[in-house]
Unconditional design. Sequence first.
Length: 528
Amino acid sequence: MSRDLGDFQTPPALVNAVLHCLTRTGQCWTRALEPTCGQGNFIRGLLELELPPREVWGIELQHNYVLQAQNTVQQAHFSQVFIHWANIFQVNLRVDAPWKTSGPLLVVGNPPWITNAALGSLESTNLPAKSNLKGLSGLEAMTGESNFDIAEYILLKLIRELECEQPTIAFLCKTSVARNILHYAFKANLPVGEASIRKINSKKFFGAFVDGCLFCFKLGVDNPSYQAEVYDDLLATEPLSFTGVSDGRLVADVVVSKQWRFLDGTCPLSWRQGIKHDAAPVMELAYDSSGKLMNKLGEIVEVESEYIYPLLKSSDLGGIEKVRPKKAVIVTQQRIGEDTSKLAFTAPLLWRYLSRHQDAFDKRKSTIYQKQPPFAIFGVGPYTFAPYKVAISGMYKRLQFRALGPVDGKPVVFDDTCYFIACVSAQQAALVASLLQSCLCMDFLNSIIFWDAKRPVTKKLLQRIDLHALLQYEEKENVLLRANAELQSLGYIEQPIVWPDRLADFLEDYPAARNGWQAPVQEKLPEV
């Protein structure tokens, strides 16, 4: 297995199960193509079918696999088999597969299970030509949304180059890849239809700890559909659910999401992602037994305290216990692009510490740090220093919104696996958290979240929560009950929150909310 090629050879047992799934209704194909055929296991399986294709093409990059696949040709008694030694990224399937026969075409296989970013980090040359495949903005491309699976690229290439052939395409891939293809096909108005997603045991077959599936669809259909039936396995005959695009947006369960579509809009408050620095050994600190700060390299860190902030990560927010930061992080800027050279004069201890670890910052590969000041960070702005916040983990497979206040007089900050809303007061944080914790909001989010994703909760998803609609449908008494419980957890007692006269002020974004509504000042409990 070659990691830099995302190489997972398909076991014969899985090949047979896939082909049985595809042909059990009597469907057969006169032509077949495997665009990344590897050792030729799928080609062998195709040739062993009761009605094998008359013509089979395989494309493979690794020469040793080409030789193994060519041995399969020896078994072809009724089929013509051609193994093409080439890189699929450099093959134009419109012209480079000169079919000698005609008829229905099946494109089947198991393309690489690896992302372009992972290949880049391995300095692999097995990458498609650089292109903004999905038409992302510059900022989206820089901050990671341009990262895609190689299988996704191959599928889109097949869709573009084989549309006129009207093939059936059946790929083993990550479930997230299947969903992304449906969403992209919708946005690009591609003729995709009759899609299905059948779950497979990726750990059993490939040792991969990701959700995998057999993704099957037809190309060149007259009535495109961007939804897929989801089956529990390759043998199931009844779908568990339908996933795909509903009302222009990708949702986990098409049927359930329609019940909550009134909440699917735009959040009036901005969700932010935590600080990104990509230098955890130097930037993230913990307290040792004597109360001194220590970095992950085991060094005691003594720098100016005004640049140290309490830190919470996904693992802190995702639990069920009360959150109390046990870590800290160095914050070198108050806004993106701020000149850090002044730290040499305003914070000489910090400057010397960072300079001593310059190599850790030089190793950061993300393009967001290019042409930035020394020791630059990302995801920082006025919202970072808001005194109160409502936050959630992006990584944990449960919905846990938390209202948080200052610790030892400093605002809590988050790493880039967390998302938060900046609030101007404890009262606003308590009310926002209360709304987000409502059953209506939870049901809506569960209908659109893909829990099998590596990062189930994202900024884009959270920004779809229409808090105005929630306020209209949620019971006022329930909101206030939860809000006052949150207020007490923030250290306020005695006078409860009252319903604001102007809800528009309550939902005004930070820092504009400084001039908006604030509930009466409450008595604050001493910090413990």
